[in-house]
Design a protein around this ligand. Sequence first.
Ligand code: PLP
Length: 449
Amino acid sequence: MTSPASIIRCSGCGHVADQDDPYPFRCPRAGTDDTDHVMTRVLGPEVTRFPSGHEDNPFLRYRALMHSYHVAMAHGMADAGYRDLVASLDDSVADVDGHGFRATPLFRSRDLSQALGFSGDGGVWVKDETGNVSGSHKGRHLMGVLIHLVVMESCGLLDPADRRDLAIASCGNAALAAAVVARAGGWPLSVFVPPEADPAVLRRLRELADVVICPREPGVLGDPAYLRLREKLDEGALPFTAQGNENGLAVEGGETLGYELVTDLASSPDHGDLDHLIIQVGGGALASSCLQALGKAAGLGALGRLPRVHTVQTFGAHPLERAYHRVRALLPDEPGPDAVRQAMAKAAAHRSAFMQPWEEEPKSVATGILDDETYDWRADVEGMLLTGGQPLVVSEDLLVEANQLAVATTGIPVDPTGSAGLAGLLQLRRSGQIGDHDRAAVLFTGIQR
Ligand SMILES: Cc1ncc(COP(=O)(O)O)c(C=O)c1O
């Protein structure tokens, strides 16, 4: 057997997972010290080309960038065998959810561009994830993990007759996506949810997974659903979450979104390079995935230059913005990439001094980005510092205004979390930091339910 063309390495301590480790999800040293441990897929020098395939399914189109593909090839699986496996899983997703994974649309919205006062050569590009599996981008993270698990079974590294439970704590888009994808793969899933979860979401979750309601217990600090998840993981369940710290491979699946952006920008005369990409942040995996995808594509020559990547949080909770400023304070006025990487490494070795859970219970109309911690903060802060982006914090009024504008100008039934990036864009336009000729993209990530 040859070595795979990628490794899974902890960005905090450098630990490299064994190449046949079927569960290279979480660093074994995580939680033992104050270092930020996130397992990260690192492509080897063998990977020299950005995939130019035209498959509609992103997990097929970009398979040559996936760790599971490299493990499969190293174990002698044929390319056709890998494609069949992904296509068959995708058919199962379609059986559960009505359709499988397809590259989602990217378009310049004329009406939105006009409403924001852009000139003809600038404007707003929208990537619409509301028609994706289970109505958000979250399934991308989890499909990548499912494909990895099934490839491990096909390579004889896991026993299909002895599948461990998957587990997630969420009551929103991530839980729905996890439930659809796990059911499609035939894997048992436990979902830990708070009592106030939306009844319609709960109904659907109960059809697909084992749902555990987790009320607060007097005197016990912390999110009860997350605490129950951790217990379940300690008992041996696998993290089927959309957060890099629990499952680093979740970020890899999310990268398909960024790869699609690159492919579309390169292939349409209307597109060209972007000046700005504005991303709403909860746990931070979405922004981390996009940043890593764009960085990889630029490294492979598929993207002329990186856009400035800005993040958006609400006044309700903005732990990422707080961490950004703490790292920024370590740097000179115009830091070069080496200085940024050094400062980040220092910050990641002292996590608790930079990323602290938000103190008050946050509230916002953008309910999907209220995480009290930004788990993937390291990649997000580093990405902003390297691209010249900013950590934006927006008001409730602006979130509502952005959502109304998004729906009215594009006709897309996006929810306020899904259009929160547009609130950030409005803020940057009004403060004059994005000019009339600039090209800015936002991600409409979740559908109204
Ligand atoms: C619709 C939507 N957009 C964006 C996000 C933010 O993603 P992340 O938690 O990876 O930062 C979420 C998270 O739940 C979401 O539901």
